[in-house]
Write a protein that binds this ligand. Structure first.
Ligand code: FES
Length: 326
């Protein structure tokens, strides 16, 4: 078996990488909280600089790593398999992940949010032992179904951990949750994970875009930011097909009335009644963002939450894996 070694100079760590293992797998196996999200070359959260050595890069999205970046010595840790000893530095210096823990939890409440989305509130066996940042996700295991990832919709300081589960057609786990999960049931969680979380040190505007149950991490981020007293403009765009697909609209409108720095814009891609924006939410954001950009120096565009990259012309695109609800 060929063994190579991975050195992470900023951690002062050197670890073995088994044959066929990626840099991310080796780091996680060694208990290192390496920044990542999708683990499949789609989001760019694990983008790193290859300081020395050589890797083989498996297929990945050019959005996660462009040809120019690749030529400039950047790699995706989740797609990079060392072919010799390597030295690597991840890019996100603000990434200080809490270690993932596994524990039991009890279903404290289940609320129907839409025809296909449930909000599940969990009481963890050791809540103090589960520390996460707003925007992260966990792996949920329910009996007789494979584990699936769901973002926390609650704030990190709240006692109950809230998840939003959309019923995915043919999704074994989400179907099981929708059909059979009940208050008082025991489940298991493991986490947190994900590097797309709120950076409270950031002082610029925040622009967040969500669709469907993707509102969960945005809810956590926005409520955490407001709760922490962040007073920069916070814009939340929430897109869905029709009114029956949106939820928490009144909740966000109440927050809007309470916090002058929050703007909440729901948009429906199908016919919208009075008071709703119609069309794709990314178009609504692109239109509004041009206005915002005009009010600021175009050389210093507003900041947007890490899960999104935004071009006023190309619209918005999510760059992390949405925790898969199937
Ligand atoms: S691209 Fe590597 S974790 Fe998403």
């Amino acid at each position: 078996m060929t063994m190579t070694y991975l050195t992470l100079p900023h951690l002062g760590r050197r670890i073995a990488v088994g044959e066929g293992r990626t840099i991310l797998q080796a780091a996680l196996d060694a208990g290192i909280a390496y920044p990542h999200s999708c683990r499949s070359g789609r989001c760019g959260a694990c983008k790193s600089r290859l300081l020395s050595g050589h890797v083989e890069l498996a297929r990945h999205s050019p959005f996660a790593l462009s040809e120019e970046e690749r030529a400039g010595g950047f790699i995706l840790a989740c797609r990079a398999t060392p072919t010799q000893d390597v030295t690597v530095a991840w890019l996100d210096e603000t990434y200080h992940a809490e270690p993932a823990v596994a524990q039991e939890a009890e279903v404290a409440a289940i609320d129907r949010m839409t025809h296909d989305i449930l909000a599940i509130r969990l009481r963890l066996a050791d809540r103090a032992g589960f520390r996460f940042a707003a925007g992260q996700y966990l792996s949920l295991s329910v009996p007789d179904a494979p584990p699936r990832n769901y973002s926390m919709a609650s704030r990190p300081d709240e006692e109950l951990v809230e998840l939003h589960v959309r019923a995915v057609p043919c999704g074994r786990t989400s179907s099981r949750i929708h059909a059979a999960l009940a208050q008082g049931d025991k489940v298991r969680i493991e986490g947190p994970a994900g590097s797309a979380y709120l950076r409270e040190a950031h002082s610029g505007p925040i622009v967040a875009l969500a669709g469907g149950s993707g509102l969960a991490p945005i809810k956590s981020i926005v409520e955490t930011a407001l709760h922490a007293g962040l007073d920069q403009p916070i814009h939340v765009y929430f897109g869905a097909r029709a009114e029956r697909d949106v939820y928490l609209v009144e909740h966000f409108r109440a927050l809007e009335r309470r916090f002058a720095n929050l703007t909440f814009v729901p948009a429906l891609s199908q016919a919208a009644s009075d008071g709703w924006r119609s069309g794709f939410v990314s178009d609504a954001l692109a239109a509004d963002f041009r206005d915002l950009a005009g009010a600021k120096s175009p050389a210093r565009p507003p900041w947007w939450t890490r899960p999104w990259r935004f071009s006023p012309h190309a619209g918005c695109r999510r760059t992390t894996s949405t925790p898969t609800c199937s």
